[in-house]
Design a protein around this ligand. Structure first.
Ligand code: NAG
Ligand code: NAG
Ligand code: NAG
Ligand code: NAG
Ligand code: NAG
Ligand code: NAG
Ligand code: NAG
Ligand code: NAG
Ligand code: NAG
Ligand code: NAG
Ligand code: NAG
Length: 719
């Protein structure tokens, strides 16, 4: 009864039932229900075929099907005594946040919920997975391999993220938060240890590892202490799946979320559980999930199978053959993704199994825009420093051991000697040649792409970024517009924590985490020392050597807005100009789908075989297909595995179960025919009985509208 009372009070306080001002009268009662909490999930999966994938910037990585859908998970925390004070954290299975996508999400939510969800309190954080659908970013550079902007991809992210927030909003109810951390070993390594070693020895001596091994978890309970979900933070790249994977998936963090949600609610379909497990990215910059290390895959060469060269990650002086190996190396990269996901899952479960210290105190958000192109500020030692217009170094094109580059680019190239004369000529044709001032500002980065000076046909890289912090009690989340390296993250967190304490905003229990890449994608943030070495992360620190110090200075200047009694908003640079309306898009639309002569869409071309199947077997069926870009079937599925109980078919697997794979193949461009191949690898614990596989598609005639169809395999038994 007590909880019902609190529920009612807080519910009323949350809504607009009472006129402003009368809320003060219930302030005393609601003090024991500190927070209103809401959680939700939305499907954000863009076109799963004929679209470039986001992360490796590899033209050849065009998607051909679906392994697991991408989701946005939304977490709302509002102060029960004054629900104007609220934050919404969107953790999305996308490579990174984006200015244009965030702008659309903010516009949609602030028109649906005026004054409640705003540009200040909405954070869009990407899990930094590299197996999702690309083409959604607003700046030109990341659009190059996707042949421009893919509206369908951006629209799916916006719609699914808004849906997640709506669901979270509709579920708002009084609850409790608690916070803890644990150590997760064997789930990450440093992929640029030679750059890490450039950091001062006394600073490195403070840490046991060259990676952060802490997983931090904010637990969401209802008022009776029943878990509703959590938001966790752990730094590891979403590169368990390599650039030769063409199935859309969610990599290790999406896998961890699937494992957790399906453990709590085994009968819910993926993405449709009420328990929401958030696995958020943190200071990811130099982390790798490929924990066995990087080796030369150079058949026939004497160094085949040897570790790559340490400083430059090369094999025979080239990067192409140097590949990081995940823990499932001998099996598959999907197995590596599962193992790294499982380790994060276990870290979260360790904390969920404990009673964690409660979180209490104010809910606050602060947001501002900062133009990083030529930002002057004062370093702690009194010297004036300046950031530079964006530029990427030669080592950017060297790639990393998770996804090596091409040609003769290598990592760790900080030489001022002329580079390969061919690239010296080509680079001037791609972006404007850097001025002497820009060269000096970016020193010692040898500039390959001078993107800060490339504005045609629209901006190639951002110069204005989102600076944002969210506070929930003693937890402060730094929402970062890029990928901080391990040491950058430590410096950033330590500086903010010290400031929060010295300004009297929080006590010794102040707990600071980094979440990113979020909101705007401004590439990497290496320390000044790592920048000097110019491995991939330093070469991709686009605003120059002082980038990290500029963020420390700016975020630090805003912590006062997180105080209990803070009001107002900080000064802001102008918001970045909208570019989506100018976007170039070269992706060909779907022209037509046809079935072969004498067949219909959904007809079975290759059926199951008649033998009984067993756990571990893969059942495969091929259908007459149509292009899945015709209908993304968001919140739905391109397939189902159906189980027959008492003569009723019920769906037991969707296209989002990791055991199922959906593949599409255009068999004739001229005739517009295609096939869909669905496979299901039977999991341990699958009940014996009768099953079938169904396919759901949508075909586009040359003239007229798209229509749905379906097809079903013969039934089969699992023994
Ligand atoms: C609730 O918080 C908002 C924002 O901090 C503030 O403007 C408003 O005055 C507060 N309302 C009450 C009733 O305290
Ligand atoms: C983890 O929690 C402990 C206290 O339980 C704290 O001392 C430690 O600093 C925390 N780790 C991080 C990374 O904040
Ligand atoms: C993908 O690339 C990795 C790393 O080079 C390699 O180990 C793996 O065999 C490749 N997978 C396929 C399916 O070609
Ligand atoms: C790599 O380059 C160095 C220096 O240019 C050279 O001495 C060495 O032979 C090269 N190694 C290979 C395997 O080509
Ligand atoms: C959490 O508790 C459950 C139930 O007692 C147990 O099965 C599981 O192994 C525990 N997980 C961890 C990581 O300790
Ligand atoms: C707030 O949390 C701390 C522990 O994190 C606890 O010691 C304190 O009693 C709590 N305060 C309230 C008002 O619940
Ligand atoms: C202040 O720090 C910067 C960055 O580390 C350094 O380049 C500069 O020389 C320092 N200035 C003084 C006066 O020590
Ligand atoms: C360039 O990198 C090397 C290590 O590879 C380092 O010793 C040197 O100091 C760097 N140069 C600059 C200007 O930072
Ligand atoms: C907030 O409180 C602190 C100390 O309690 C005080 O120094 C500061 O001036 C207050 N700020 C505002 C905006 O009232
Ligand atoms: C796709 O279909 C074409 C034409 O039938 C065939 O040659 C090719 O092998 C198929 N690709 C896959 C991956 O099945
Ligand atoms: C499959 O197609 C049939 C015939 O068009 C239709 O009646 C049925 O509702 C469809 N089933 C599903 C699950 O969409």
């Amino acid at each position: 009864m007590k909880s019902l009372f609190l529920y009612t009070i807080a519910f009323l306080a949350a809504g607009s039932f009472w006129p402003q001002g009368s809320q003060a009268s219930v302030g005393v009662q609601v003090a024991s229900a500190q927070y209103l909490l809401g959680l939700g999930v939305g499907d954000v999966t863009g076109p799963v075929v004929e679209t470039n994938m986001m992360g490796y910037a590899n033209l050849a990585q065009t998607d051909t099907g679906l392994h697991m859908r991408q989701r946005s998970r939304a977490f709302i925390v509002a102060d029960a005594s004054n629900s104007s004070n609220r934050v919404v954290f969107i953790n999305s299975d996308i490579c990174m946040g984006d200015t244009g996508v965030r702008r659309s999400i903010v516009a949609e939510l602030s028109s649906q919920y005026p004054g409640i969800y705003t540009n200040d309190n909405i954070a869009l954080v990407g899990t930094h997975q590299h197996s999702g659908v690309g083409g959604y970013l607003e700046d030109l550079l990341p659009q190059i391999t996707s042949l421009g902007y893919v509206k369908q991809s951006a629209d799916a992210i916006v719609a699914g993220s808004v849906r997640a927030v709506q669901q979270a909003h509709d579920s708002l109810s009084p609850g409790k938060l608690s916070l803890g951390n644990t150590t997760v070993l064997n789930a990450n390594i440093n992929r640029s240890p030679s750059a890490y070693l450039a950091n001062p020895a006394d600073e490195r001596a403070k840490y046991q590892y060259d990676q952060d091994k802490d997983l931090t978890l904010l637990r969401f309970d209802d008022i009776d202490g029943n878990a509703r979900g959590f938001l966790s933070f752990f730094a590891v790249h979403g590169t368990s799946l390599y650039e030769n994977n063409t199935l859309v998936s969610a990599d290790n963090k999406g896998m961890a979320a699937y494992l957790y949600e399906s453990m709590v609610e085994p009968s819910s379909m993926p993405g449709h559980a009420t328990f929401v497990a958030g696995f958020t990215q943190s200071n990811v910059g130099d982390t790798s999930p490929n924990t066995l290390g990087a080796y030369c895959e150079s058949p026939g060469e004497p160094y085949d199978g040897q570790p790559c060269e340490f400083d430059h990650s090369t094999c025979g002086n080239r990067t192409e053959d140097c590949h990081g190996r995940g823990p499932g190396f001998r099996i598959s990269d999907f197995e590596s993704s599962r193992i790294i996901g499982q380790l994060q899952f276990e870290g979260a479960q360790t904390l969920m199994n404990q009673t964690l210290p409660p979180v209490n105190g104010s809910v606050k958000a602060v947001h501002t825009y900062l133009d990083m192109a030529t930002h002057s500020f004062t370093l702690p030692n009194g010297t004036t420093a300046q950031t530079c217009p964006a530029a990427l170094g030669f080592s950017f094109a060297g790639g990393t051991t998770d996804g090596p580059g091409a040609f003769d680019f290598i990592q760790g190239d900080n030489s001022s000697n002329p580079q390969n004369p061919f690239w010296e000529i080509v680079k001037g044709a791609v972006t404007p040649l850097p001025s002497a001032e820009q060269v000096a500002c970016q020193y010692p980065k040898p500039i390959l792409l001078n993107t800060g000076y490339a504005h045609v046909p629209y901006e190639w890289s951002p110069s204005t970024v989102d600076i944002q912090m969210l506070r929930v009690g003693n937890l402060v989340m730094l929402i970062m517009p890029g990928e901080l390296t391990t040491m950058s993250g430590r410096r950033m967190r330590d500086a903010m924590r010290a400031k929060l304490i010295s300004e009297g905003i929080l006590g010794e229990d102040a707990y600071v985490v980094i979440a990113g890449p979020a909101n705007t994608y401004a590439h990497y943030v290496a320390t000044r020392e790592e920048y000097g070495v110019q491995r991939y992360e330093g070469a991709s620190t686009i605003f120059g050597a002082s980038t990290l110090d500029a963020y420390i200075d700016k975020y630090g200047s805003l912590v006062s807005f997180l105080a209990d009694n803070a009001s107002g908003a900080p000064a802001s640079d102008p918001a970045p100009a909208e570019q989506t309306s100018k976007a170039i898009s070269l992706q060909t639309p779907v022209i037509v789908d046809n079935s072969p002569l004498g067949k219909k869409f959904g007809d079975v071309l290759v059926d199951i075989n008649n033998t009984p199947y067993h756990v571990g077997d893969t059942v495969t069926v091929q259908f007459v297909g149509a292009n899945p870009r015709n209908n993304l079937r968001l919140e739905g599925s391109f397939l189902s595995v159906d189980y027959n109980v008492a003569d009723q078919w019920s769906m037991v697997r969707t296209d989002s179960h990791p055991s199922t794979i959906y593949r599409w193949n255009r068999t004739s461009t001229v005739f517009g025919t295609s096939t869909v191949t669905i496979s299901w690898t039977i999991e341990d614990g699958t009940p014996a009985g009768t099953y079938r596989i169904s396919y759901f598609g949508d075909s586009k005639p040359l003239i007229g509208s798209i229509s749905s169809f379906n097809g079903t395999s013969s039934t089969f038994t699992v023994a």
